[in-house]
Design a protein around this ligand. Structure first.
Ligand SMILES: Cc1ncc(C[n+]2csc(CCOP(=O)(O)OP(=O)(O)O)c2C)c(N)n1
Length: 680
């Protein structure tokens, strides 16, 4: 069979224009423009196995400009993945395996969900980082069991997005030489030719990051693209950007090089003209057998995959423990030891009853966790000493000038901690890429207020059901003098609005330990841990199983010396649980019996059966919520009043701010009394 790269690329073009036309929506221009680049990469270089899309040592391919989804679907279909033509005909329709933008978990061969521009590139950086770290940890002489590239396609939009700066700067500093990015430099975005708003010297920009830059080359010359990729693969110390000059909508006589090609179907008349100009006479969704044969990657992929399997089998004989650990890590299984350790730490915390800031409690959890779970890949966006994300046995990740991971001083097991620099969004989206690659449970810290910077990546983690853990410290006005710029007000409530994200705001060491334990055990869910800067008192003795439910009865009137049944419930989280307990004690002196409910994770609470939730929050009892944040969130729990903050904070010591904003036992008690009066 003689290969015809143009014909192969034209098959991608035809499928893209026909599917977009059939859906009457979508983006034909980018797939048509990148078809030759895709042919060069996927045919000549990409190590992938359509019959086993999750083979651990496959190359990763990330379509960062996710609106070009039809390019990826075309590639997956033609190379032999389980993506039949009927799925392409169903492009963008309900429950198809070809959603508008690629979504991981829906389409075999899709490595990450892309569409929010810039983040696919960030995910690719995370994948390349994971590869490098796993290779360092698991490869042995003659056994490069972790040895693959990460490729990404990206467009002008990805490069305009600020997150591309954050992550490409890191990729350079980390010497991610197996990361190869192909830039679809077509000079067009939605508003038109980009020159007036995107005049960067991209090559110089990437050289300044420490990348190798190849091109500009003709992105429609598949041989030129292929040989650029071949040289990129030789890079020993730097990631590579290949600048490919292309024409958006290539092949369409009237739409090529126009913004109209970006996001509109070409229309029947233009499609007919395009068929002619491409010399592609076939009916819509018809691909000749010989073209399928040229694209079919099943046999070749299976050869690569089985060669790796053999290598791994010999590795497993020589290094059985490493092989078992690698398999466990790639499955995302955590050692049973971690739970034993946390249970012991919990018992210790309960017996000690120490007052500790919850950020410090989190560090204590990490001290134990990182010893049993080397897959924990920690980090902080330049706030390590404040977030307390680095356990004493964790090594700061460093690379030498040759791009090698600097081995730490002799240590039995290594857990890494990454200094991400001041790059919250970059950190969060890189963590997603690391989690997608497999082999690690990434976590990263910053101040809770700056969760806004990371927000879309947190949302993407939730959408993709990724186990990443965000450590957000300094979670309220309780941080004090840094003032309103740093004080979280709306953040807890706003994070709780993200479907599929567990938001924990623990009140003491024991709850913090359970929060960590739950975050790690939830393999298909991201978690955010909201932690205090200030010291928090230990709450009364409790069971970890109650805390896991996300909301539970912490104290009853009898715990403060009253025989009576509770007449009201105080619901509180984090630092305000101690305050609710003080208010409960204060009310008891007035003969008013209340119950305190701790609600460290409202999502976990919401997942409990109704009968449990009604037991904790009985319908007949008025409720007062106490949380140093916007009051809005608490109305859903039937609060009659909320002691919250609906303005920004102030710059002053916490000891001044707390009473100023009404966070005193007296004010909380008065609020309960006022509610009881209203309820007669
Ligand atoms: C974060 C984000 N902002 C905006 C969009 C909407 N959007 C989709 S494609 C696009 C233009 C991208 O231009 P380019 O990367 O050059 O793509 P091309 O025109 O070459 O297809 C925009 C603004 C998005 N998907 N993500």
């Amino acid at each position: 069979m003689t290969l015809d790269p143009k014909l192969m690329a034209n098959a991608l073009r035809a499928l893209a224009m026909d599917a977009v036309q059939q859906a009457n929506s979508g983006h034909p221009g980018a797939p048509m423009g990148m078809a030759d680049m895709a042919q060069a990469l996927w045919h000549d270089h990409l190590h992938h196995a359509p019959t086993d899309p999750l083979w651990p040592n496959r190359d990763r391919f990330v379509l960062s400009n996710g609106h070009a989804s039809m390019l990826l679907y075309g590639l997956l279909h033609l190379t032999g993945y389980d993506l039949p033509m009927k799925e392409l005909k169903n492009f963008r329709q309900l429950h198809s395996r070809t959603p508008g933008h690629p979504e991981v978990g829906i389409t075999p061969g899709v490595e990450t969900t892309t569409g929010p521009l810039g983040q696919g590139l960030a995910n690719a950086v995370g994948m390349a980082l994971a590869e490098k770290l796993l290779a360092h940890e698991f490869n042995r002489d003659g056994f490069n069991v972790v040895d693959h590239h990460t490729y990404t396609f990206l467009g002008d939009g990805c490069l305009m997005e600020g997150v591309s700066h954050e992550v490409c700067s890191l990729a350079g500093a980390w010497h991610l030489n197996k990361l190869i990015a192909l830039y679809d430099d077509n000079g067009i975005s939605i508003d038109g030719p980009v020159q007036p708003w995107f005049a960067d010297h991209t090559a110089q920009r990437f050289k300044a990051y420490g990348w190798q830059v190849l091109g500009p080359i003709d992105g429609h010359d598949a041989a030129a693209v292929s040989s650029a990729i071949a040289s990129a693969k030789l890079s020993a110390t730097a990631p590579t950007l290949i600048i490919c000059k292309t024409h958006i909508g290539q092949g369409s006589p009237n739409r090529a090089n126009t913004a109209k090609a970006h996001g509109e179907p070409l229309g029947d008349a233009e499609i007919a003209l395009t068929r002619e100009s491409l010399a592609w006479p076939h009916a819509p969704f018809e691909v000749p057998h010989e073209v399928y044969a040229m694209w079919d990657a099943k046999a070749h992929g299976e050869k690569k995959r089985s060669a790796w399997s053999h290598l791994f089998a010999t590795y497993a004989q020589k290094h059985p423990e490493l092989a078992a650990a690698f398999e466990q890590r790639m499955k995302g299984a955590v050692s049973a030891e971690f739970k034993t350790q946390l249970d012991a730490a919990f018992a210790h915390s309960e017996s000690e009853g120490k007052s500790v800031a919850s950020r410090m409690a989190s560090k204590m959890a990490l001290e134990s966790l990182t010893r049993t779970s080397p897959e924990l890949l920690g980090g902080s966006a330049d706030l390590t000493g404040s977030n307390l994300t680095q356990a004493s046995n964790q090594c700061s990740l460093r690379f030498d000038a040759q791009g090698h991971v600097q081995a730490p001083a002799a240590q039995a097991s290594t857990s890494w901690h990454i200094n991400y620099g001041v790059r919250e969004f970059g950190m969060a989206s890189i963590m997603n890429g690391v989690a997608l690659h497999g082999g690690f449970i990434p976590y990263g810290g910053t101040f809770l207020t700056f969760s806004d910077y990371s927000r879309n990546a947190i949302r993407m983690a939730a959408l993709m059901k990724l186990r990443v853990v965000h450590v957000f410290t300094h979670d309220s006005i309780g941080l004090g003098e840094d003032g309103p710029t740093h004080q979280s007000i709306e953040h807890a409530a706003s994070l709780r609005l993200i479907p599929g994200l567990d938001v924990w705001r623990p009140c003491d060491t024991s709850e913090t330990l359970v929060a960590w334990s739950s975050a790690i055990q939830n393999q298909h869910r991201p978690s955010a841990l909201l932690l205090s800067r200030q010291t928090l008192p230990h709450a009364p003795k409790k069971k970890s199983s109650a805390i896991e439910k996300g909301g539970y009865v912490l104290t009853e009137p009898k715990d403060v010396g009253l025989k009576a049944e509770a007449v009201a419930v105080l619901m509180a989280t984090g630092s305000e649980v101690g305050l609710a307990l003080s208010a409960q004690a204060h009310l008891a002196t007035l003969g008013i019996a209340t119950r305190v409910v701790s609600m460290p994770c409202t999502q976990a609470f919401d997942r409990q059966p109704l009968s449990y939730r009604q037991k904790v929050l009985p319908a007949h009892l008025p409720r007062v919520a106490v949380e140093m944040g916007v009051s809005d969130y608490w109305w859903k729990y039937g609060a009659s009043a909320v002691v919250g903050i609906d303005t920004f904070g102030e710059s002053a010591p916490a000891s001044v701010l707390l009473p100023l904003f009404g966070f005193t036992p007296e004010n909380v008690a008065q609020t309960v009394q006022a509610v009881l009066q209203q309820h007669g």
